[in-house]
Design a binder for this molecule. Structure first.
Ligand code: F6R
Ligand code: MG
Ligand code: MG
Length: 364
């Protein structure tokens, strides 16, 4: 029998602007998922939050894209939205594009990462949840985990990893996908992954086809036609015996790399790894955050988890991120802190151009 892990997330309202999801909303989600557990649809679940996003981590036996599981997640977010409206929270229902479920939660606003697998005798699984950034934020760390021998020692010294991995990459602009193999096609892969707003890692597989990682790649802003929030992403990675170890899977986050997002989804800033408790993106609505939860799946149950970045060994990454945040902030409205105009999600430029239209003169 196979196990499915579905991580479904949405921002449906938060306290004091787009900062922190209200506990009452997480309780509303808990009510709905609790019932689904009692009814036997879910095997287990854990609800967390990163900034203003609620992340529902669910295990079950129903496979990916299961209508009932997706509907349960949708109902949980609807119930949380009701609470958010009662409490007049900020951005109530922000990520729900419709109030009627249409068979699959994908395309309705929430982000989804799922994977189905046959449990190994022992199956460590790591879930990452971000706020104030976009799915392409995972390109660099997941490339390092599954393809960079300077990060993942196992690629060199463990015969079970030595063959490398296959990367499924989505072109989120053209709605196309491609599979590239590493190490054979490393340079082609990097040529795509460097364009983080367009090419995003969707899944990673072992060469034998076993699933290794899955990322939410919804682009809410493109789906909605106008900006209604960044697509703060989530990712699932399997670890150990044949996959990179938990330490190799978390290692890239010791480097707080620059990602798009932060204030108004329109700025570059460092991705800061924090504990669940410290996932409060407050300074200039950020800097962007990532939390990591380490589970030990057993008979489709999540069990206890380790809060992976609640480790003093990541203090330096947080300090470095704070220093980078300072440095980037000093650029104010200038690139490369502010995103290039075509990638900005808030812009006054068309209005400014209209106002100045008659005043632009031909250069000599
Ligand atoms: C970014 C984010 C925030 C908001 C900003 C303005 O993803 O959520 O930085 O963009 O607080 O929000 P509004 O336009 O709602 O006042
Ligand atoms: Mg919000
Ligand atoms: Mg958010």
């Amino acid at each position: 029998m196979k196990t499915t892990i579905s991580v479904i997330k949405a921002d449906v309202g938060s306290i004091s602007g787009h900062l922190v999801a209200h506990p009452a909303l997480m309780e509303a989600c808990d009510d709905t998922l609790g019932k689904a557990l009692e009814e036997g649809l879910l095997e287990d679940y854990y609800i967390t939050r990163c900034g203003d996003d609620i992340d529902m981590i669910m295990t079950h036996r129903n496979g990916e894209e299961n209508e009932e599981v997706h509907e349960t997640a949708f109902n949980a977010f609807m119930k949380a939205t009701e609470r958010a409206r009662e409490l007049k929270l900020y951005g109530a229902g922000q990520d729900l594009l419709s109030d009627t479920f249409s068979g699959n939660i994908k395309g309705m606003g929430p982000g989804v990462a799922e994977m189905e697998f046959k449990e190994r005798p022992s199956d460590p699984v790591i879930v990452y949840c971000c706020d104030k950034t976009e799915p392409g934020a995972f390109n660099l760390p997941l490339y390092k985990v599954f393809a960079d021998p300077f990060n993942t020692a196992g690629l060199v010294i463990d015969p079970n990893l030595h063959d490398g991995f296959k990367f499924e990459v989505f072109d989120v602009m053209e709605h196309k996908k491609v599979i590239l193999e590493c190490p054979e096609e490393t340079y082609d892969l990097l040529a795509l992954l460097g364009s983080t707003g367009r090419y995003v890692i969707k899944r990673i597989f072992k060469k034998n086809g076993e699933i290794a990682a899955s990322v939410s790649t919804e682009r809410l802003n493109l789906m909605a036609g106008s900006y209604i929030g960044k697509d703060d992403p989530v990712a699932i990675c399997r670890a150990q015996s044949g996959f990179p170890s938990a330490g190799e899977v978390t290692e890239p986050f010791a480097f707080p790399h620059l990602v798009s997002g932060w204030m108004r989804g329109s700025h570059n800033g460092p991705l800061m790894p924090t504990s669940e408790e410290e996932a409060n993106p407050i300074r200039f609505d950020g800097p962007p955050r990532v939390i990591g939860l380490g589970f030990q799946i057993a008979d489709a149950k999540l069990g206890l988890h380790v809060d992976l970045f609640d480790d003093p060994a990541f203090d330096l990454a947080r300090e470095e991120a704070t220093k980078i945040a300072n440095y980037m902030r000093r650029h104010g409205p200038f690139e490369p802190h502010r995103l290039p105009s075509e990638e900005m999600e808030y812009t006054s430029l068309p209005g400014v151009m209209e106002k100045l239209e008659g005043r632009f003169k031909k250069m000599d």
